[in-house]
Design a binder for this molecule. Structure first.
Ligand code: TUI
Length: 308
């Protein structure tokens, strides 16, 4: 399946891995790239030097191209933005904000810039500022989310811009890939399914929780504060949402989420930690290698698209 995205990024399959905080490190990114997709190192809230090390370690594991996701709410975003240039990274995606202030520097370095957007307005603006593509991410995604669903956002973004669109949010198998193409996307971004990849360093408790998850196990914390985060329902989310309903502020509830994603990912604290996951969690039934995940998705997608 050749598209403008596979050509632009020099990848075999139109599959991009999400830049997931604490999860998208060098093992996962290099495995996705080695399997023919585009792996990403997630900058998350890490200092520039940590991201630099991750980039170098990924390079030891694969010769294939991989990118970096710059999380714009990070206090280290400026540092990470420079590190990607210094390290000769060829593709950058951004999340949780507007990357305008870095665009000139990245474009001058020949980097392909792919902002993640949750609205048509930001997609249009990113095209005007020279973005090479956009990821249109629906509210079905895990982590920091927007309001629009993938089903409604992707075609509206595809109509609004001329650059290629990558669909994200709620895509867990080949049916989702095929549907995304029908909606006008030229690639997909996959997060949650790769959390359960063999090469993912996520704690076994987290993986098993995802495998056990049902369709309605997802919760959103922080809606009332304007920082909605989708994760799997647990003791932490119940407490958070209850206190939010009582009118508690973001600052008053910060104690519940400080370091909570790291605790879930690295220590396996799935009760009080933040188990970020998208709504497709209920579709995940087993751990598989990145290579198996990508092959299975692409075979199913190609079969469905040829049939239609
Ligand atoms: O960025 C994400 N997903 C994320 S980032 C993250 S790390 C984190 N951890 C704890 C608290 C907060 C963040 C976990 N998940 N997805 C991309 C995405 N970007 N989704 C939505 C947006 C977005 C939303 C509003 C992008 C821009 C925007 O407005 C920008 C503007 O200025 O108009």
């Amino acid at each position: 399946m050749k598209t403008r995205i596979t050509e632009m990024l020099g990848i075999q399959y139109p599959i991009i891995q999400g830049g997931m905080a604490w999860v998208a490190e060098h093992h996962l990114a290099s495995a996705v790239s080695a399997a023919g997709g585009l792996g990403l190192i997630g900058g998350a809230n890490a200092p520039g030097e940590v991201v630099r090390e991750e980039i170098r370690k990924a390079r030891e594991l694969t010769d294939k191209p991989f990118g970096v996701n710059v999380m714009l709410m990070s206090p280290y975003a400026d540092d990470v933005a420079k590190v990607v240039v210094e390290e000769g990274i060829k593709v950058v995606t951004t999340g949780a904000g507007n990357p305008e202030k870095y665009m000139e520097m990245w474009k001058a370095a020949g980097i392909k810039v792919i902002p993640v957007v949750a609205s048509v307005a930001l997609a249009r603006r990113m095209e005007k500022y020279g973005a090479d593509a956009v990821v249109a991410e629906g509210t079905e995604s895990g982590g920091h989310i927007g309001e629009a669903t993938t089903m409604t956002l992707v075609p509206q973004v595809a109509d609004a811009v001329s650059i290629p669109v990558i669909a994200a949010g709620g895509i867990g198998d080949g049916r989702g890939v095929a549907a995304s193409f029908m909606l006008g996307a030229e690639a997909v971004q996959i997060g949650t399914r790769f959390v359960v990849a063999k090469e993912s360093i996520v704690h076994e408790n987290y993986k098993q929780r995802l495998i056990k998850a049902k369709d309605i196990d997802s919760a959103v914390t922080g809606r009332s504060h304007g920082h909605p985060i989708r994760c799997l329902r647990n003791k932490m989310t119940r407490e958070y949402v209850r206190l939010e309903q009582e009118g508690k502020s973001f600052e008053e509830l910060e104690y519940l989420t400080l370091g909570s994603l790291r605790r879930a990912v690295q220590e396996g604290d799935i009760n009080e930690g933040t188990v970020m996951a998208g709504q497709i969690a209920g579709m995940i039934t087993k751990e598989q290698s990145c290579e198996e995940i990508i092959r299975e998705m692409m075979e199913q997608a190609e079969h469905l698209l040829n049939r239609s």
